[in-house]
Design a protein around this ligand. Structure first.
Ligand code: 13P
Length: 244
């Protein structure tokens, strides 16, 4: 385990109606209150639940984050949510450049970079996601792809207090597949060489209560960005407990 404080972040993606989202938030908050977490905890619900989940976790050890934001502060951008709006709703973090945004919404590095700048403008910590596809991995290009996404998506002026990187190989998301521990270490090292000292690097992609301990024990891994397993309080908490 490194000197950097671990962060376990739940990306709920497009899951959760009011009742189950609130129940999940309360469940995680109760576990955190009873269990003295050894890591920072973050939940990133869909935008519709930010305010109610924010109220449910207020005063707890669990922080609130958004899953995306617009680059602009306000204006005629139907359907978008600005970083200032996330901040106003109680968010401390925002996930940006997730592969589902890059792939399904064709977000470019330049657009992601503008969103990271917007997050900083609003006083949010940006969780910037990078990761290669299966074809890129098979071609041995994983480090080049991640470093290129990083250099294209990271504005000038980065510092460890307002930046977290999430390495999420696209082929590992929701598939039950994970890279080897050595592969995770190699990529995290390559990423670390390109970011300010002290910046946390999370691993994401099929993290679950069974594989969390060995992944989180890696010196280069400062936490996890968890999708599916973050939708069950018990599993999310088990991953948090796996922080040494
Ligand atoms: P899974 O944990 O479901 O593989 O999702 C990972 C992810 O995309 C988190 O952002």
């Amino acid at each position: 385990m490194s000197a950097r404080r671990m962060l376990i972040a739940g990306n709920w993606k497009m899951n959760g109606l009011c009742a189950d989202g609130l129940a999940l938030a309360k469940d995680i908050t109760a576990r955190a209150a009873a269990g003295a977490p050894r890591c920072d905890l973050l939940v990133c619900p869909p935008a519709t639940l930010l305010c109610s989940v924010g109220e449910a976790i207020a005063g707890s050890a669990v922080a609130l984050g958004g899953q995306d934001c617009a680059a602009a502060e306000k204006g005629a951008f139907t359907g978008d949510v600005s970083a200032e709006m996330l901040k106003d709703a109680g968010c401390a973090y925002v996930i940006l450049g997730h592969s589902e945004r890059r792939q399904m919404h064709a977000e470019s590095d330049a657009q992601v970079r503008d969103k990271v700048a917007a997050a900083w403008r609003a006083g949010l910590v940006a969780i910037l996601c990078v990761g290669e596809t299966r074809a890129e991995r098979e071609a041995g290009q994983e480090q080049a792809v991640c470093c290129s996404q990083l250099s294209g998506s990271l504005p000038d002026g980065a510092d460890a207090a307002r930046l977290v990187i999430a390495y999420e190989p696209v082929w590992a998301i929701g598939t039950g597949l994970t890279p080897t521990l050595a592969d995770i270490t190699d990529i995290h090292r390559a990423i670390r060489a390109a970011i300010p000292a002290g910046t946390r690097i999370l691993y994401g992609g099929s993290v679950n209560p069974r594989n969390a301990a060995e992944i989180l024990a890696l010196n280069e891994v400062d936490g996890a960005l968890v999708g599916g397993a973050s939708l069950k309080g018990e599993d999310f908490w088990a991953i948090a407990e796996a922080c040494g």
